[in-house]
Design a protein around this ligand. Structure first.
Ligand code: 5GP
Ligand code: ZN
Length: 117
């Protein structure tokens, strides 16, 4: 846990969020500035900066982040498809340095912001 990290603070409940899902390992919550009609983030509760910082010790929790995505997307109404994005580092346009996976969906998530390809 990082004291000042905004997503650690959200994971600790110190900053409110619109929760999508929570268990002991992961938290999913709606993005405060949605780039698509449905836009939520899935984070490991443990502070991992980004995929540069990840190693095999994070295999289980990162597997869970991926493994939850389809079920959570479906529960949010995304039954025809969705996009996932993980931004890493400066060139990867990462803004919050706590690893998170964006889940985006709606009529046309390909047109969403987030500097997608
Ligand atoms: P990044 O560019 O790091 O991949 O994306 C960070 C995302 O976190 C952005 O889409 C931004 O809107 C979202 N975000 C930043 N601060 C907060 C916050 O306090 N609460 C929520 N729910 N989302 C946030
Ligand atoms: Zn953190």
């Amino acid at each position: 846990m990082s004291q000042d990290c905004i997503f650690c603070r959200i994971a600790r409940g110190e900053i409110p969020s619109r929760k999508v899902y929570e268990d002991e390992d992961v938290l999913a919550f709606h993005d405060i500035n949605p780039a698509a009609p449905v836009h939520f983030l899935i984070i490991p509760k443990v502070h991992v900066v980004n995929l540069y910082d990840a190693d095999m010790a994070h295999q289980a929790v990162l597997g869970k982040v991926l493994g939850m995505a389809g079920q959570l997307a479906r529960e949010q109404g995304l039954t025809d498809g969705f996009r996932t994005i993980i931004n890493n580092g400066r060139v990867g346009r990462q803004e919050v340095y706590h690893l998170h996976m964006h889940v985006l969906g709606g009529p046309d998530p390909l047109r969403s912001g987030l500097n997608t390809p």
